[in-house]
Design a protein around this ligand. Structure first.
Ligand code: BGP
Length: 467
């Protein structure tokens, strides 16, 4: 089969600062929402530590001190891009200061230099489930418009500092998870009696304005940069062909696509009024907000895709870090975490998005999180990960043949990291095993799994060799 991917296709992996770096107070870093989170950002977080509790993100996999070793392994696989995030609280420990923390800035200087020296373009998320804790305590996080100014100040500082090193940016990780994981996505802890939807959409509106202003400043400071927005877009199908199920599924999908519509098309979609009315939401939109949102839109769409689910009319829909959770699809296999594996859904989703928006797409998260076993001789055989990946890459290539403009693919968690959803270490995604368990025991030693050599071969052949 002839290769379908462009020569400059970006191949790599993706992590987030909070799930990998550890060193949660090193070099002046402030606390953030991951600091006192014991059960995963899906379940919220604490403002103060509880004695005796294990907080897995505090040490994570100690990427902060071990990134050279990790990036050397990524280089060996041939990565030409590496996605990570900047922990906002390393740069502004409280979030509302006027002056940044030089030691935090220096860390990312070194990290980005190391990536570039090893042939990887940095692909940087400005906020990946890492709101500084002080902003939550003092301002109620993104409920407050004041965060717009704090975020834009932080963005300006990092754009200026890294303008010669980082040309690929994205603003908020999985911003549409404000609907289902507002603690992680926006640092929102709901108060008793508060109207959930009112808070969520008002906070999201502030994030839209902040994101657009960050895009404006990015283009002014780094004219040759691309800046996108990022969404969780695992797929949802109607559970049956009953028209009510089909129509209701359109509604579920629109709850996510609303975020893409605003950030890519630059305005609230026509269906938003009715959606807000049904949910009792009255958005406060200040003069000038709509102009900002419309003037500064995303250069590309970054997405995570892990699985699919199905929906039927009347089903109470939910979502987790993998995307929507509805009714199981009888045609698909399921991981031990209940995530249904659907490679064709990836092709479907890429086509859906490209048809609708016609801007370049970038798969910045996809992967299989599951148990791995270290054999007595130290080897780790993970054929399940290879087949997950092979099947998804095949479908990704089909989508490119369908005409989708795809910038690249970064596999989620190329070395094992702490899960965002559950804070487990043993939900492993990596091509590289990290010796640490759920309780925090282990040497942190890195060990290659079988999938390591496989992905290396895929990259070397620019996706041609998927055997
Ligand atoms: C996404 C997040 C990531 C990541 C991934 C896998 O929602 O952007 O941070 O962790 O999901 O989820 P989990 O870690 O829960 O398996």
């Amino acid at each position: 089969m002839t290769n379908t991917l462009p020569k400059n296709f970006l191949w790599g992996g993706a992590i987030a600062a909070n799930q990998a770096e550890g060193a949660y107070l090193a070099d002046g870093k402030g606390l953030d929402i991951a600091s006192y989170c014991a059960d995963g950002l899906r379940h919220g977080f604490e403002l103060k530590p509880t004695e005796g509790k294990h907080y897995p993100y505090q040490e994570a996999i100690d990427f902060y001190h071990r990134y050279q070793e990790d990036l050397a392994l990524m280089q060996e696989m041939g990565f030409n891009v590496f996605r990570t995030s900047i922990a906002w609280a390393r740069i502004f420990p409280l979030g509302d200061e006027l002056e940044p923390n030089e030691a935090g800035l220096k860390f990312y200087d070194d990290l980005f230099d190391e990536m570039i020296a090893r042939g990887m373009q940095p692909l940087i998320t400005l906020s990946h489930y890492e709101t500084p804790l002080h902003l939550v305590e003092k301002y109620g996080s993104w409920r407050s418009r004041e965060l717009i100014g704090f975020f834009v100040r932080y963005c300006e500082v990092v754009f200026e500092r890294y303008k010669h090193k980082v040309k690929l940016w994205m603003t908020f990780n999985e911003i549409n998870n404000m609907r289902r994981i507002p603690g992680g996505a926006g640092g929102i802890l709901l108060h008793e009696g508060e109207s959930f939807w009112q808070t969520i959409y008002q906070a999201s509106h502030h994030m839209f304005v902040a994101s657009s202003l960050a895009m404006k400043r990015c283009h002014e400071i780094i004219p040759d940069a691309k800046i996108g927005s990022m969404f969780s877009l695992s797929n949802v199908y109607p559970a049956t062909c009953k028209p009510d199920d089909v129509m209701s599924t359109v509604g579920v999908r629109r709850e996510s696509l609303l975020f893409v519509d605003v950030m890519v098309r630059g305005k609230y979609p026509a269906y938003a009024s009715r959606m807000f009315e049904t949910k009792g939401v009255h958005l406060e939109i200040l003069p000038g907000d709509e102009e900002i949102i419309s003037a500064y839109t995303s250069d590309y769409i970054a997405l995570s895709y892990y699985r699919s689910t199905t929906h039927e009319h009347g089903l109470a829909q939910n979502a987790d870090t993998g995307g929507e959770t509805g009714k199981d699809n009888p045609y698909l296999e399921t991981t031990p975490w209940g995530w249904q594996i659907d490679p064709v859904g990836l092709r479907y989703t890429l086509n859906e998005l490209y048809d609708r928006y016609q801007v370049p797409l970038f798969i910045v998260e996809n992967g299989l999180g599951t148990f791995d076993k270290v054999e007595e001789d130290g080897s780790i055989h993970d054929p399940y990960r290879i087949s997950y990946l092979r099947d998804h890459l095949e479908q990704m290539k089909e989508a490119v043949k369908d005409g989708v403009d795809l910038m690249g693919y970064t596999y989620w968690g190329p070395m094992d990291i702490v899960s965002a959803g559950t804070a487990e270490m043993e939900k492993r995604y990596g091509f590289v095993y990290v010796d640490k368990d759920n309780e925090g025991n282990g040497t942190l030693k890195r060990i290659k799994k079988d999938s390591f050599e496989w992905y290396k071969k895929v990259i070397a052949s620019n996706g041609e060799d998927l055997k």
